[in-house]
Design a protein around this ligand. Structure first.
Ligand SMILES: Cc1cc2nc3c(=O)[nH]c(=O)nc-3n(C[C@H](O)[C@H](O)[C@H](O)COP(=O)(O)O)c2cc1C
Length: 188
């Protein structure tokens, strides 16, 4: 059976390059992976009081519950001020708590950073990896995916128009399928 992969997009922008890239990755994934976008924009900013007082917002509860459906995680992140956008960091924080009940623990993962600039979101990619180490997400090391000059990669309909990038993304997804299989995904 195909492994279920939760796809997180770290941008809420309508014309987000990350969202377009995520859609391209979903289309290019091998049959052994079933990818699904998980929306994170409505999650209230993490406040530990809600967990400590037993009053977590309903959206946190359903997000944490939904994450049990997935075998692995794929993060598509832009770079905000050389780091991870707040919306993505917030989803990671919400999923990591209450202490000892993290939804991330042991799920294999991968990171793709996307930027219209030439540095390709390197800073965000590696800041994100720092959290994933702590959260015990075995994160694919190679191939690394730094997608730069993003404004040149898509056509007017939002579809990928770069053959080179398509070829790279296909290899990336194939490597990720191998990584997921090798890291014995388990439900949290
Ligand atoms: C608050 C903010 C900070 C940004 N900082 C960076 C940055 O550090 N590096 C970078 O390459 N682009 C930066 N950008 C530009 C984003 O890469 C660009 O807006 C990109 O389109 C965001 O991704 P998206 O298209 O998926 O929304 C920043 C944009 C915003 C709004």
């Amino acid at each position: 059976m195909a492994k279920k992969i939760a796809v997180f997009v770290g941008s809420l922008r309508k014309e987000s390059f990350c969202r377009k890239l995520a859609r391209a990755l979903i289309a290019l994934a091998p049959a052994s992976l079933a990818l699904e976008e998980v929306e994170i924009g409505e999650l209230p900013i993490y406040n530990q009081d809600f967990d400590d007082e037993g009053t977590p917002p309903l959206s946190w509860i359903s997000f944490r519950e939904h994450m049990k459906d997935f075998d692995a995680v794929l993060f598509i992140t832009p770079e905000y001020n050389r780091s991870v956008p707040a919306v993505l960091k917030n989803a990671i924080d919400v999923g990591s708590r209450p202490y000892g009940k993290s939804v991330w623990d042991g799920k294999p993962g991968a990171v793709v950073s996307v930027s219209p600039g030439g540095l390709s979101g390197f800073g965000a990619n590696h800041h994100l990896r720092q959290s994933l180490v702590f959260l015990n997400i075995p994160t694919m090391q190679q191939p690394e995916a730094y997608i730069g000059n993003a404004a040149t990669l898509f056509d007017a309909s939002g579809a990928l128009s770069s053959d080179n990038t398509r070829e790279f993304l296909q290899k990336f997804m194939s490597a990720f399928a191998t990584w997921v299989a090798a890291n014995e995904p388990r439900k949290s």
